[in-house]
Design a protein around this ligand. Structure first.
Ligand code: COA
Length: 167
């Protein structure tokens, strides 16, 4: 459909947290189709492989309510984000803003992406108050140190983290 409003939500998702799932569900409601782009991002030294991260994001999306999962696709990507946006015909780039500290980075990224691809509009969604403090790296650190991460990630992710770290 030519008039379909397609958005992308990019990230490393190592692993996907409740905060990411919240943004995914809310973004999907605003769009006809949402493509979650899982960045290969070897620089971040992910603990889950790209295939695992894609699989885990897909699994979480299946738990979204109100038929939202039907509108969401999950794909790995490498290279420039705007190239990926063009590849999937996206005109909206979704980012989640958690705190003021996210703003500088997001503003810079949105501005540079806008210069390179004026046809792709960055839309920032405010993280819900329940989730504004979550970061994947802190979740991994807590799990590595034997802490309980079940408030921050789904039971499925918590289990996979334990398996990866202690299995
Ligand atoms: N809830 C919970 N956590 C959230 C969140 C939310 N709503 N939004 C972001 N986060 C966390 C992530 O878990 C992550 O935590 P971590 O750094 O501790 O692992 C952190 O915030 C940042 O993650 P994210 O916003 O997903 O960014 P990223 O660094 O993982 O990915 C890309 C950034 C992939 C979008 C960016 O690197 C990119 O565009 N790469 C392609 C190359 C490119 O085009 N570069 C030019 C850009 S101008």
């Amino acid at each position: 459909m030519a008039s379909e409003k397609i958005g992308i939500y990019p990230g490393t998702f190592d692993p996907i947290t409740n905060g990411h799932s919240d943004i995914i569900g809310r973004a999907a409601r605003l769009l006809d189709k949402l493509v979650v782009g899982v960045a290969i991002n070897p620089g971040k030294g992910p603990i889950f492989t790209i295939d695992e991260r894609v699989e885990l994001v897909r699994e979480e999306i299946n738990y979204l309510k109100n038929g939202l999962a039907d509108r969401i696709e999950v794909r790995p990507f490498t290279g420039l984000l705007i190239d990926f946006a063009h590849e999937v015909d996206a005109t909206v780039l979704i980012r989640g803003l958690r705190a003021v500290s996210d703003f500088d980075y997001e503003f810079q990224m949105a501005s540079m992406n806008a210069k390179m691809a004026p046809d792709v509009e960055t839309v920032c969604l405010m993280a819900s108050d329940k989730y504004h403090f979550i970061a994947s790296s802190l979740v991994k650190e807590i799990a590595k140190l034997g802490g309980d991460v079940t408030q921050f990630v789904s039971p499925r992710i918590s289990e996979r983290l334990a398996e990866r770290l202690y299995g």
